[in-house]
Design a protein around this ligand. Structure first.
Ligand code: NAD
Length: 296
């Protein structure tokens, strides 16, 4: 299939590489020329604007952009993807944005005769490279079925979450819970150690008791508990605290629109905001435990 791909950053580039490896023909665009060059080296065709991608022969266009402001600038407006696309060309936005913006763009696409899916991912850059991402997809049943084989090239779990915007709903709800649970595990681990317990023994108890969760048993923030996690390498790599802050901001903003209280989500956002303001936004999000440890 001929696919257009816009946004070749940390996530988009490896996803696009996997589509090329699977034998698809790719037209690519990014504001960053170096990002385009690396894909051209692997066989993609460079195109000089989103409009040119839309006016080409692509049957499907995928975007992987930083935030809603970039998504709206690429999709909407006179020269945007939607206005420039042929009727019937499918549009898939994999960026993480707020559900409201995702629904606004999907509505504009539907009015122009273009099926559209929101399909944010989890799994990070490792999952993008390995083709094992989870896609949380919002859109119609028929459009989901049509996109599934393409998404399966880049991911392992492709989950249909309901109508347009629901992929983003699933993503913000899950990541808000992840932020809250990481802070909870950090607080409990720091308390146990401050009271004199060995961190590994405490984690062992938690992980066979009712406090167990992914943040405790797979991604424990206390150094020395697990190998091959960011806590074991000075909190480098992994999922940056600033990306967690972005997702918590999306959750609290989305909550405001439906007047839904997210008390712990808002508290988690403030903790990550404070952590980022101290200059730690580049560290993995499990480094939030350093806010609690007396020895750091
Ligand atoms: P990134 O900043 O590395 O890449 C974004 C790319 O988009 C850049 O190459 C940039 O030049 C390009 N871009 C920006 N505006 C553009 C425009 N108008 N036209 C064309 N290209 C444009 O970001 P990323 O880490 O690849 O993340 C992309 C999305 O995926 C974000 O929404 C992020 O929240 C989400 N996400 C990231 C991760 C992760 O671990 N990095 C995990 C899950 C989800």
């Amino acid at each position: 299939m001929h696919i257009g791909f816009i946004g070749l950053g940390n996530m988009g580039a490896p996803m696009a590489h996997n589509l090329l490896k699977a034998g698809h023909q790719l037209s690519v665009f990014d504001l960053n020329a170096a990002a385009v060059e690396s894909l051209v080296g692997a066989g993609a065709l460079p195109v000089d604007s989103p409009t040119a991608i839309a006016q080409g022969n692509a049957e499907l266009i995928i975007t992987m952009l930083p935030a809603a402001v970039h998504v709206k600038s690429v999709y909407l407006g006179e020269k945007g993807l939607i206005a420039s696309s042929r009727e019937g060309v499918m549009l898939i936005d994999c960026s993480t944005i707020d559900p409201h913006s995702a629904r606004e763009v999907a509505k504009a696409a539907a009015e122009h005769g273009n099926p559209m899916l929101d399909a944010p991912v989890s799994g990070g850059t490792g999952g993008a490279a390995a083709g094992t991402l989870t896609f949380m997809v919002g859109g119609s049943d028929a459009d989901f079925d049509r996109a599934q084989p393409i998404l399966a090239v880049m991911g392992k779990n492709i989950v249909h979450c309901g109508a347009a915007g629901n992929g983003q709903v699933a993503k913000v709800a899950n990541n808000m819970l992840l932020g809250i649970s990481m802070i909870g595990v950090a607080e409990a681990m720091a308390l146990g150690v401050a009271l004199g317990m060995d961190a590994k023994t405490l984690a062992g108890v938690i992980n066979t008791s009712s406090g167990r969760c992914w943040s405790s048993d797979t991604y424990n923030p206390f150094p020395g508990v697990l190998e091959n996690v960011p806590a074991a390498r000075g909190y480098s790599g992994g999922f940056g605290s600033d990306l967690m802050l972005k997702d918590l901001g999306l959750a609290t903003e989305a909550a405001k629109q439906v007047r839904q209280p997210v008390i712990l989500g808002a508290l988690a956002q403030q903790l990550y905001q404070s952590f980022s303001a101290q200059g730690h936004g580049g560290l993995d999000f499990s480094a939030i435990i350093n806010q609690y440890r007396k020895d750091t």
